[in-house]
Write a protein that binds this ligand. Structure first.
Ligand code: ADP
Ligand code: ZN
Length: 652
């Protein structure tokens, strides 16, 4: 049996000073005194370490000046041994909520994470910051894995990331019995929800942690949780005693844009040309084939675009993901298989060429934009065909009826978001139970859509549905309304109907918009079994009788928004404009790229864009000035301080 070292570095905080001196992680932690004063580690320890505060760790290890929102209360809850459920949007700073307690509590923190790519980046970033972190997952060979296990049991690690299926093996649970565990962090906790889009059966079994290790505090974290999921997490993970921390789900730096679909790819290209040339971004499509085609199509038009979907071999997927992380201005065209493990901070846009399944999925996918807090776009095109397709996928799935009903409800909520003429953010946040006021940073706020009363047109449309026997989709109905004598129309005798030609004053697109709206508003139902035939619902009658008004947004006829009309506060959130030709910034970027290659990590693990931009803008002259820059912690200062200062000096 491997001997347990009862007193790892952090145990010292609560006990005596001596054992800590032996621990290299601790020594690294102590290298820098508060406020940048350099003192010998012994002096620093005896004066201050016994009262080490989370804030000092934040400053010294991670190089950030202050906690955000609830971070401080979450950390103090966990440090003092309590359970916590943390609901925080992507980019909110969830990782620090368990990383800092991991450094302050005795023992090693065990972090359950479903995605290997994410683990690798987290471990790389922590190692860069001088923290002893490792991961156990299927990418390690047996020898490497047993090395990590040995270090874990020997108390040499501060954080261990582990995949859920690995954690649940009896072998690993026995290792846990023999090891001092500082806390369990359960990342992406919504994976426990059977109704959710990321359901992982192993997550349900994680309640074993509570049963087997009741004294170890647990912190569950997620960026996606509606009321239902929230309750499920608490129940399934047995977090009844956990303090629940709900941060605002607002991502004020993300601008939400939804455009009716006409020629989706062309619309995307125009959007990229106008706003995002040379930026990193993600384009989501529903099918593998469409991913491939779109990537190739963008590539032909001079945009560096890589495909990503589950049908590609593992090597290609890994390569494309790496290139996305490492190479500036790369666009990934992907199915939803891509993304959960992505924590690239400078994704400037997320585009949806197809409709996601729910608001949660939309929110999670768009949430990958702008994690660095700088302005970013969530852009989507959608059309009636999307809604019909998604409906069909739900209806034809193997799931039972109650599951399907929930999925349909979720889809409808999303369509409602896409259709609304009001602030999109208000809708989005309301879905997560949060009240808010019009945001000024979505298309509807920036370019308020004209709303017109389309009651009469709706009556015509519904009467066309009725007179053709509720058996046809929008395409044929529009032909009838517009008075087109297509072969089908003539064969079916629909040119003799009373509604034939009553809608000649509108073009195809306007009618499509109306049909989509009627479906979204629940006045028509697209029946999957009869290939999207539009049928009446309980509310159709009232529309037909003119009792329910139909207010239609005219977004379709409006010109696309331009960059110039971005709202002021969004600009305020943007970084200070940096001169693209600044030789210092260029030199910093080149150095970062070379260093990242050398260390085999993505560039942002070395230093974030915003940190480089601040260095370029403030030109720090000495270590103290450099240390004051957000994102430069003790280990980075030691490792890169000299070279950074030198770069500043030589690029004057
Ligand atoms: P999440 O897991 O919630 O999506 P992360 O933990 O990856 O978010 O944090 C997002 C980014 O914000 C990271 O680059 C992280 O270093 C940074 N960050 C977190 N907390 C702070 C803070 N208090 N001050 C400055 N930056 C922070
Ligand atoms: Zn708005």
């Amino acid at each position: 049996m491997v001997a347990i070292r009862p007193q790892s570095a952090k145990f010292f905080v609560f006990n005596n000073l001596l054992p800590a001196l032996k621990n290299p992680a601790f020594r690294r932690l102590c290298r820098r005194a508060p406020r940048g004063r350099r003192v010998s580690s012994r002096a620093w320890q005896s004066q201050a370490w016994t009262s080490t505060e989370p804030l000092e760790v934040l400053r010294r290890v991670f190089g950030y000046p202050a906690f955000r929102d609830a971070q401080a209360s979450i950390i103090s809850t966990v440090v003092s041994g309590g359970d916590a459920l943390v609901l925080m949007p992507t980019g909110g700073g969830k990782s620090l909520c368990y990383q800092i307690p991991a450094l302050l509590r005795p023992g090693c923190a065990v972090v359950v994470s479903p995605l290997i790519a994410l683990m690798a980046d987290q471990v790389a970033a922590l190692t860069e910051a001088g923290v002893n972190a490792a991961a156990l997952n299927s990418t390690l060979d047996a020898r490497a894995a047993s090395q990590v296990e040995r270090a874990f049991v020997a108390g040499e690690l501060d954080l261990l990331y582990v995949a859920p299926e690995r954690l649940l093996t009896e072998r690993f649970l026995e290792l846990l019995d023999r090891t001092r565990v500082a806390l369990f962090a359960i990342d992406e906790a919504h994976c426990v929800s059977q109704w959710g889009h990321d359901f992982r059966p192993e997550y349900i079994q994680l309640s074993v942690l509570h049963e087997r290790f009741p004294a170890v505090p647990r912190i569950a974290l997620t960026a996606t949780a509606d009321e239902l999921t929230r309750r499920e997490i608490i129940e399934r993970l047995k977090l009844d005693d956990a303090r629940v921390f709900i941060s605002s789900f607002d991502r004020p730096n993300i601008r939400y844009l939804v455009t009716p679909k006409d020629s989706a790819r062309e619309q995307l290209l125009r959007f990229l040309d106008r706003e995002h040339r040379g930026h990193s971004g993600i384009v989501y499509c529903l099918s593998r084939r469409k991913v491939e085609e779109t990537a190739a199509w963008l590539e032909e038009r001079g945009i560096k675009a890589l495909p990503y979907h589950a049908g590609l071999d593992a090597q290609t997927r890994a390569d494309n993901q790496r290139r996305f992380a490492d190479e500036e201005g790369t666009v990934v065209v992907a199915t939803i298989a891509f993304g959960m493990g992505i924590d690239k901070p400078d994704v400037r846009f997320v585009a949806h060429l197809d409709l996601p399944k729910s608001i949660e999925a939309y929110y999670q996918e768009t949430g990958r934009a702008g994690r660095d807090g700088q302005s970013a776009d969530a852009w989507m095109t959608y059309g009636l065909a999307d809604v019909v397709l998604q409906r069909r996928m739900i209806d034809e799935s193997e799931a039972d009826e109650s599951f399907k009903r929930i999925q349909r409800g979720k889809l409808e909520a999303l369509v409602g978001l896409a259709e609304t003429a009001e602030c999109r953010r208000v809708r989005l946040l309301a879905y997560f139970g949060e009240a808010s006021r019009p945001c000024g940073n979505c298309d509807n706020c920036l370019w308020p859509p004209q709303v017109t009363d389309a009651g009469v047109a709706a009556q015509k449309a519904l009467s066309a549905v009725a007179r053709t026997g509720q058996r046809f989709g929008a395409g044929h109905l529009i032909d009838v309304l517009r008075g087109k004598k297509t072969t089908r129309v003539v064969q079916l005798g629909h040119d003799r109907l009373k509604t034939f030609g009553v809608g000649a004053d509108w073009d195809d697109r306007q009618w499509r918009l109306l049909f989509r709206h009627l479906v979204a508003a629940g006045h028509l139902h697209a029946d999957a079994e009869s290939f999207g035939a539009l049928k009446f619902t309980a509310s159709s009658r009232a529309v037909l009788d003119g009792d329910t008004p139909v207010l239609l947004r005219e977004a379709a006829v409006k010109a696309a928004p331009t960059a110039r009309t971005r709202r002021k506060s969004a600009q305020a959130l943007a970084p200070a404009p940096v001169d693209g030709n600044d030789p210092l910034l260029g030199a910093l970027r080149a150095w970062r790229l070379a260093t990242a290659r050398e260390h085999g990590v993505p560039a942002f693990v070395i230093l974030h864009d915003s940190t480089l931009a601040t260095i370029a803008a403030t030109r720090p002259a000495d270590r103290a000035a450099l240390a004051a820059i957000s994102g430069i912690g003790g280990a980075k200062l030691d490792r890169y301080g000299e070279i950074l200062l030198q770069l500043v000096r030589t690029n004057d």
